[in-house]
Design a protein around this ligand. Structure first.
Ligand SMILES: Nc1nc2c(ncn2[C@@H]2O[C@H](COP(=O)(O)OP(=O)(O)OP(=O)(O)O)[C@@H](O)[C@H]2O)c(=O)[nH]1
Ligand SMILES: [Mg+2]
Length: 307
Protein backbone atom coordinates (compact mmCIF):
# COMPACT_ATOMS: atom_id res chain seq x y z
CA UNK A 1 0.00 0.00 0.00
CA UNK A 2 2.85 2.36 0.87
CA UNK A 3 4.40 2.47 -2.64
CA UNK A 4 0.97 3.48 -4.00
CA UNK A 5 0.53 6.01 -1.19
CA UNK A 6 -2.87 4.59 -0.23
CA UNK A 7 -4.02 4.25 3.36
CA UNK A 8 -6.47 1.86 4.97
CA UNK A 9 -9.78 3.41 5.91
CA UNK A 10 -10.27 2.13 9.46
CA UNK A 11 -8.20 1.33 12.55
CA UNK A 12 -9.65 -2.21 12.65
CA UNK A 13 -8.34 -2.78 9.13
CA UNK A 14 -4.84 -1.89 10.39
CA UNK A 15 -5.10 -4.76 12.89
CA UNK A 16 -6.29 -7.09 10.14
CA UNK A 17 -3.42 -6.05 7.92
CA UNK A 18 -0.96 -6.81 10.70
CA UNK A 19 -2.58 -10.20 11.30
CA UNK A 20 -2.23 -11.11 7.61
CA UNK A 21 1.37 -9.86 7.43
CA UNK A 22 2.32 -12.00 10.43
CA UNK A 23 1.08 -15.21 8.82
CA UNK A 24 3.68 -17.85 8.14
CA UNK A 25 2.52 -19.12 4.75
CA UNK A 26 4.41 -22.42 5.16
CA UNK A 27 2.55 -23.47 8.30
CA UNK A 28 -0.90 -22.13 7.96
CA UNK A 29 -4.41 -23.32 8.72
CA UNK A 30 -7.34 -21.46 7.27
CA UNK A 31 -8.93 -20.42 10.56
CA UNK A 32 -12.18 -18.51 11.05
CA UNK A 33 -10.10 -15.63 12.41
CA UNK A 34 -8.17 -15.49 9.13
CA UNK A 35 -11.37 -15.33 7.10
CA UNK A 36 -12.80 -12.58 9.34
CA UNK A 37 -9.71 -10.42 8.84
CA UNK A 38 -9.75 -11.10 5.12
CA UNK A 39 -13.39 -10.11 4.85
CA UNK A 40 -12.82 -6.91 6.78
CA UNK A 41 -9.88 -5.90 4.59
CA UNK A 42 -11.74 -6.62 1.36
CA UNK A 43 -14.48 -4.20 2.48
CA UNK A 44 -11.99 -1.42 3.22
CA UNK A 45 -11.98 1.48 0.72
CA UNK A 46 -8.18 1.62 0.82
CA UNK A 47 -7.88 -2.00 -0.30
CA UNK A 48 -10.43 -1.33 -3.07
CA UNK A 49 -8.29 1.57 -4.29
CA UNK A 50 -5.19 -0.64 -4.30
CA UNK A 51 -7.17 -3.32 -6.17
CA UNK A 52 -8.16 -0.79 -8.82
CA UNK A 53 -4.44 -0.26 -9.48
CA UNK A 54 -3.67 -3.98 -9.73
CA UNK A 55 -1.92 -3.58 -13.09
CA UNK A 56 0.98 -2.04 -11.12
CA UNK A 57 1.84 -5.23 -9.20
CA UNK A 58 1.48 -9.01 -9.72
CA UNK A 59 -1.94 -10.28 -8.62
CA UNK A 60 -3.73 -13.46 -9.68
CA UNK A 61 -6.86 -13.01 -11.79
CA UNK A 62 -9.20 -14.88 -9.43
CA UNK A 63 -8.58 -12.51 -6.48
CA UNK A 64 -11.94 -10.71 -6.54
CA UNK A 65 -13.81 -13.89 -7.46
CA UNK A 66 -12.77 -15.60 -4.20
CA UNK A 67 -12.70 -12.48 -1.99
CA UNK A 68 -16.30 -11.78 -2.99
CA UNK A 69 -17.13 -15.30 -1.77
CA UNK A 70 -15.26 -15.41 1.56
CA UNK A 71 -18.62 -15.95 3.25
CA UNK A 72 -19.09 -19.26 1.37
CA UNK A 73 -15.50 -20.41 1.39
CA UNK A 74 -15.16 -20.00 5.18
CA UNK A 75 -18.03 -22.41 5.94
CA UNK A 76 -16.99 -25.76 7.45
CA UNK A 77 -19.14 -27.60 4.95
CA UNK A 78 -17.89 -25.56 1.98
CA UNK A 79 -18.12 -27.61 -1.20
CA UNK A 80 -16.57 -25.89 -4.25
CA UNK A 81 -18.85 -25.35 -7.23
CA UNK A 82 -17.72 -26.02 -10.80
CA UNK A 83 -17.16 -22.27 -11.20
CA UNK A 84 -15.04 -22.20 -8.01
CA UNK A 85 -12.86 -24.98 -9.41
CA UNK A 86 -12.53 -23.27 -12.80
CA UNK A 87 -11.50 -20.03 -11.09
CA UNK A 88 -8.87 -21.64 -8.90
CA UNK A 89 -5.24 -21.15 -9.80
CA UNK A 90 -3.11 -24.26 -9.96
CA UNK A 91 0.35 -23.86 -11.39
CA UNK A 92 1.51 -26.74 -13.60
CA UNK A 93 4.94 -27.70 -12.33
CA UNK A 94 5.60 -31.00 -14.09
CA UNK A 95 4.52 -32.21 -17.49
CA UNK A 96 1.08 -33.75 -17.08
CA UNK A 97 0.01 -36.45 -19.50
CA UNK A 98 -3.73 -36.87 -19.98
CA UNK A 99 -5.06 -39.72 -22.10
CA UNK A 100 -8.60 -39.75 -23.47
CA UNK A 101 -10.68 -41.25 -26.28
CA UNK A 102 -12.62 -39.12 -28.71
CA UNK A 103 -15.39 -40.29 -30.98
CA UNK A 104 -14.70 -39.59 -34.65
CA UNK A 105 -17.80 -38.22 -36.41
CA UNK A 106 -19.25 -40.60 -39.03
CA UNK A 107 -18.38 -38.23 -41.88
CA UNK A 108 -14.69 -38.62 -40.96
CA UNK A 109 -14.85 -42.41 -40.80
CA UNK A 110 -16.42 -43.05 -37.37
CA UNK A 111 -14.84 -45.05 -34.54
CA UNK A 112 -12.67 -43.53 -31.84
CA UNK A 113 -9.18 -42.10 -31.52
CA UNK A 114 -7.06 -42.13 -28.41
CA UNK A 115 -5.46 -38.78 -27.68
CA UNK A 116 -2.55 -37.94 -25.47
CA UNK A 117 -2.50 -34.41 -24.20
CA UNK A 118 0.54 -32.99 -22.43
CA UNK A 119 -0.07 -30.02 -20.18
CA UNK A 120 3.07 -27.97 -19.62
CA UNK A 121 3.63 -25.04 -17.28
CA UNK A 122 3.82 -21.55 -18.79
CA UNK A 123 6.17 -19.96 -16.29
CA UNK A 124 9.74 -19.27 -17.49
CA UNK A 125 11.27 -21.97 -15.29
CA UNK A 126 8.86 -24.54 -16.81
CA UNK A 127 9.53 -23.63 -20.45
CA UNK A 128 12.86 -25.47 -20.45
CA UNK A 129 10.89 -28.71 -20.08
CA UNK A 130 8.71 -28.21 -23.19
CA UNK A 131 11.31 -29.69 -25.52
CA UNK A 132 10.78 -33.09 -23.84
CA UNK A 133 7.32 -33.40 -25.42
CA UNK A 134 7.97 -31.76 -28.81
CA UNK A 135 9.03 -34.93 -30.57
CA UNK A 136 6.11 -36.58 -32.38
CA UNK A 137 3.54 -33.99 -31.33
CA UNK A 138 0.74 -33.52 -33.87
CA UNK A 139 -0.77 -30.32 -32.63
CA UNK A 140 0.05 -27.57 -30.21
CA UNK A 141 -2.71 -25.79 -28.30
CA UNK A 142 -1.09 -22.50 -27.28
CA UNK A 143 -2.97 -20.64 -24.55
CA UNK A 144 -2.44 -16.91 -24.26
CA UNK A 145 -3.72 -14.59 -21.59
CA UNK A 146 -5.06 -11.97 -24.03
CA UNK A 147 -6.03 -9.62 -21.21
CA UNK A 148 -2.47 -8.97 -20.04
CA UNK A 149 -1.61 -6.17 -22.49
CA UNK A 150 -1.14 -3.70 -19.60
CA UNK A 151 0.85 -6.00 -17.29
CA UNK A 152 4.54 -6.54 -16.77
CA UNK A 153 6.30 -9.88 -16.52
CA UNK A 154 6.64 -10.84 -12.86
CA UNK A 155 10.26 -12.01 -13.22
CA UNK A 156 11.76 -8.77 -14.54
CA UNK A 157 9.07 -6.16 -13.83
CA UNK A 158 9.66 -4.42 -17.19
CA UNK A 159 8.77 -6.67 -20.16
CA UNK A 160 5.18 -6.38 -21.36
CA UNK A 161 3.40 -9.68 -20.69
CA UNK A 162 1.52 -9.83 -23.96
CA UNK A 163 4.71 -9.05 -25.89
CA UNK A 164 6.42 -11.85 -23.99
CA UNK A 165 3.66 -14.29 -25.02
CA UNK A 166 4.10 -13.25 -28.65
CA UNK A 167 7.86 -13.83 -28.39
CA UNK A 168 7.41 -17.24 -26.76
CA UNK A 169 4.91 -18.15 -29.48
CA UNK A 170 7.43 -17.10 -32.14
CA UNK A 171 10.11 -19.40 -30.76
CA UNK A 172 7.72 -22.36 -30.48
CA UNK A 173 6.27 -21.73 -33.95
CA UNK A 174 9.74 -21.76 -35.49
CA UNK A 175 11.04 -24.72 -33.50
CA UNK A 176 12.60 -27.22 -35.89
CA UNK A 177 10.90 -30.05 -33.92
CA UNK A 178 7.46 -28.62 -34.65
CA UNK A 179 7.79 -27.82 -38.33
CA UNK A 180 4.98 -30.24 -39.29
CA UNK A 181 2.80 -29.52 -36.30
CA UNK A 182 -0.64 -27.90 -36.41
CA UNK A 183 -1.14 -24.91 -34.12
CA UNK A 184 -4.24 -23.57 -32.43
CA UNK A 185 -3.83 -20.36 -30.46
CA UNK A 186 -6.39 -19.65 -27.77
CA UNK A 187 -6.65 -15.95 -27.05
CA UNK A 188 -8.01 -16.59 -23.59
CA UNK A 189 -9.43 -14.43 -20.75
CA UNK A 190 -11.71 -12.56 -23.13
CA UNK A 191 -14.01 -11.66 -20.20
CA UNK A 192 -11.15 -9.83 -18.46
CA UNK A 193 -10.02 -8.22 -21.72
CA UNK A 194 -13.54 -6.93 -22.37
CA UNK A 195 -13.86 -5.61 -18.82
CA UNK A 196 -10.55 -3.76 -19.10
CA UNK A 197 -11.45 -2.11 -22.41
CA UNK A 198 -15.15 -1.47 -21.91
CA UNK A 199 -15.64 -1.02 -18.15
CA UNK A 200 -12.24 0.35 -17.15
CA UNK A 201 -11.53 2.27 -20.38
CA UNK A 202 -7.99 0.87 -20.75
CA UNK A 203 -6.41 1.24 -24.17
CA UNK A 204 -3.91 -1.10 -25.76
CA UNK A 205 -2.21 1.68 -27.77
CA UNK A 206 -0.43 2.87 -24.63
CA UNK A 207 1.51 -0.40 -24.79
CA UNK A 208 1.35 -1.20 -28.53
CA UNK A 209 1.36 2.15 -30.39
CA UNK A 210 0.87 0.39 -33.76
CA UNK A 211 -2.72 -0.23 -32.66
CA UNK A 212 -3.50 3.34 -33.76
CA UNK A 213 -3.19 2.25 -37.40
CA UNK A 214 -5.10 -1.00 -36.98
CA UNK A 215 -8.50 -1.15 -38.69
CA UNK A 216 -11.24 -3.57 -37.71
CA UNK A 217 -12.34 -5.71 -40.67
CA UNK A 218 -16.10 -5.76 -41.42
CA UNK A 219 -16.10 -9.59 -40.90
CA UNK A 220 -14.85 -9.15 -37.35
CA UNK A 221 -17.80 -7.10 -36.21
CA UNK A 222 -20.26 -8.78 -33.86
CA UNK A 223 -23.76 -7.33 -33.52
CA UNK A 224 -24.23 -5.40 -30.26
CA UNK A 225 -20.62 -5.86 -29.22
CA UNK A 226 -18.44 -2.95 -28.20
CA UNK A 227 -16.32 -1.89 -31.17
CA UNK A 228 -13.22 -0.90 -29.19
CA UNK A 229 -13.16 -4.34 -27.56
CA UNK A 230 -13.59 -6.09 -30.94
CA UNK A 231 -10.80 -4.00 -32.41
CA UNK A 232 -8.51 -4.77 -29.47
CA UNK A 233 -9.06 -8.51 -29.62
CA UNK A 234 -8.60 -8.62 -33.41
CA UNK A 235 -5.42 -6.56 -33.14
CA UNK A 236 -4.05 -9.09 -30.62
CA UNK A 237 -5.00 -11.93 -32.96
CA UNK A 238 -3.20 -10.13 -35.79
CA UNK A 239 -0.01 -10.00 -33.71
CA UNK A 240 -0.04 -13.81 -33.51
CA UNK A 241 -1.05 -14.25 -37.15
CA UNK A 242 1.82 -12.00 -38.20
CA UNK A 243 4.24 -14.37 -36.48
CA UNK A 244 2.69 -17.37 -38.19
CA UNK A 245 2.91 -15.76 -41.64
CA UNK A 246 6.60 -14.90 -41.40
CA UNK A 247 8.51 -17.75 -43.03
CA UNK A 248 12.13 -17.81 -42.00
CA UNK A 249 14.74 -19.81 -43.79
CA UNK A 250 16.94 -21.66 -41.36
CA UNK A 251 20.63 -21.02 -41.22
CA UNK A 252 22.66 -23.61 -43.05
CA UNK A 253 23.94 -26.18 -40.65
CA UNK A 254 27.55 -27.06 -41.32
CA UNK A 255 28.02 -30.78 -40.82
CA UNK A 256 31.47 -31.16 -42.32
CA UNK A 257 33.70 -28.23 -43.25
CA UNK A 258 33.35 -27.47 -46.94
CA UNK A 259 30.20 -29.59 -47.38
CA UNK A 260 26.95 -27.67 -47.70
CA UNK A 261 24.42 -29.07 -45.30
CA UNK A 262 20.71 -29.44 -45.80
CA UNK A 263 18.86 -26.19 -45.75
CA UNK A 264 15.47 -26.74 -44.21
CA UNK A 265 13.06 -24.20 -45.57
CA UNK A 266 9.92 -23.84 -43.45
CA UNK A 267 6.74 -24.79 -45.20
CA UNK A 268 3.86 -22.37 -44.62
CA UNK A 269 1.40 -23.81 -42.08
CA UNK A 270 -1.97 -22.77 -40.84
CA UNK A 271 -2.35 -21.26 -37.43
CA UNK A 272 -5.91 -21.13 -36.10
CA UNK A 273 -6.86 -18.58 -33.48
CA UNK A 274 -9.84 -18.76 -31.13
CA UNK A 275 -11.14 -16.18 -28.67
CA UNK A 276 -11.88 -18.03 -25.43
CA UNK A 277 -13.01 -17.60 -21.85
CA UNK A 278 -11.86 -20.76 -20.11
CA UNK A 279 -14.13 -20.16 -17.11
CA UNK A 280 -17.21 -20.06 -19.36
CA UNK A 281 -18.21 -23.69 -19.93
CA UNK A 282 -20.53 -22.85 -22.87
CA UNK A 283 -17.75 -21.03 -24.69
CA UNK A 284 -15.29 -23.85 -24.03
CA UNK A 285 -17.79 -26.42 -25.30
CA UNK A 286 -18.21 -24.61 -28.63
CA UNK A 287 -14.50 -24.04 -29.08
CA UNK A 288 -13.68 -27.62 -28.15
CA UNK A 289 -16.04 -28.95 -30.82
CA UNK A 290 -14.13 -26.93 -33.45
CA UNK A 291 -10.77 -28.05 -32.11
CA UNK A 292 -11.92 -31.65 -31.97
CA UNK A 293 -12.80 -31.67 -35.70
CA UNK A 294 -9.57 -29.92 -36.60
CA UNK A 295 -7.36 -32.31 -34.65
CA UNK A 296 -9.17 -35.31 -36.15
CA UNK A 297 -8.64 -33.91 -39.66
CA UNK A 298 -4.93 -33.34 -39.01
CA UNK A 299 -4.61 -36.86 -37.64
CA UNK A 300 -6.35 -38.42 -40.61
CA UNK A 301 -4.25 -36.37 -43.04
CA UNK A 302 -1.08 -37.58 -41.34
CA UNK A 303 -2.05 -41.19 -41.98
CA UNK A 304 -2.75 -40.37 -45.61
CA UNK A 305 -6.53 -39.82 -45.60
CA UNK A 306 -7.24 -36.69 -47.61
CA UNK A 307 -10.38 -34.77 -46.70
N1 LIG B 1 -11.74 -14.67 -15.66
C1 LIG B 1 -11.06 -15.64 -16.26
N2 LIG B 1 -10.13 -16.31 -15.56
C2 LIG B 1 -9.45 -17.29 -16.21
C3 LIG B 1 -9.66 -17.61 -17.57
N3 LIG B 1 -8.83 -18.62 -17.91
C4 LIG B 1 -8.12 -18.92 -16.80
N4 LIG B 1 -8.50 -18.13 -15.78
C5 LIG B 1 -7.97 -18.09 -14.41
O1 LIG B 1 -6.56 -17.89 -14.48
C6 LIG B 1 -5.92 -18.59 -13.42
C7 LIG B 1 -4.79 -19.43 -13.99
O2 LIG B 1 -5.20 -20.71 -14.28
P1 LIG B 1 -4.17 -21.93 -14.38
O3 LIG B 1 -4.91 -23.08 -14.91
O4 LIG B 1 -3.44 -22.11 -13.10
O5 LIG B 1 -3.17 -21.31 -15.46
P2 LIG B 1 -2.08 -21.95 -16.35
O6 LIG B 1 -2.04 -21.16 -17.60
O7 LIG B 1 -2.24 -23.43 -16.49
O8 LIG B 1 -0.77 -21.60 -15.52
P3 LIG B 1 0.58 -22.47 -15.45
O9 LIG B 1 0.18 -23.86 -15.09
O10 LIG B 1 1.45 -21.78 -14.42
O11 LIG B 1 1.16 -22.38 -16.83
C8 LIG B 1 -7.02 -19.36 -12.71
O12 LIG B 1 -7.38 -18.60 -11.57
C9 LIG B 1 -8.14 -19.41 -13.72
O13 LIG B 1 -9.41 -19.47 -13.15
C10 LIG B 1 -10.64 -16.85 -18.28
O14 LIG B 1 -10.87 -17.05 -19.48
N5 LIG B 1 -11.30 -15.89 -17.58
MG1 LIG C 1 -1.30 -25.04 -15.92
Amino acid sequence: MEPLDIKLESKESQESKQYILNINANQFNFTTEFYEHTRRLWQDEGIRKVYSQRHKFPLIDCTSYFLDRVENVMQDDYDPTVQDILHSRRRTIEIQKIEFDIRVPKKYGGGALTFWMFDVGGQPIERKKWIQVFDGIQSVLFLVSASCFDLKVREDGTTNRLQESIDVFRSVWHSRFLKNTGFIVFLNKQDILREKVVEQGKRIQHHFPEYNNYKLQPDDKVVDENEEYLRTRCFIREKFREVSRAVVSRQKRILTPGVAALEEEEVPRDCYCHFTTATDTNNVKLVFEDVHVMVIKWNLQQIGVNL
